[in-house]
Unconditional design. Sequence first.
Length: 94
Amino acid sequence: MQEARDLGVLAKDLNVSVRTLYRWKDIQLGRVKKVREPKPHEKKLEEEIQRLKQSLANRTLEVDFFKGALQRVKARRQRNTATGEEASTTKSED
């Protein structure tokens, strides 16, 4: 990240307060020994966020798997019909 000359602009870009930036700086420099414990409702929210992230990751893997499978099926069908042969599935006639 480029050096920011105006902390107000940086804070706005990160959607945090300038005070938060200074707190983060103090934590990184070791000036703050104890970070406050999260409140009970914050803990529950963090757990929910982690659960949702895991669920999203699982769904993303599933989508990627099915996209790959669909691409392989399409490629196989194109190979089968490239020489004028009929596809492995037939359309129903009305």
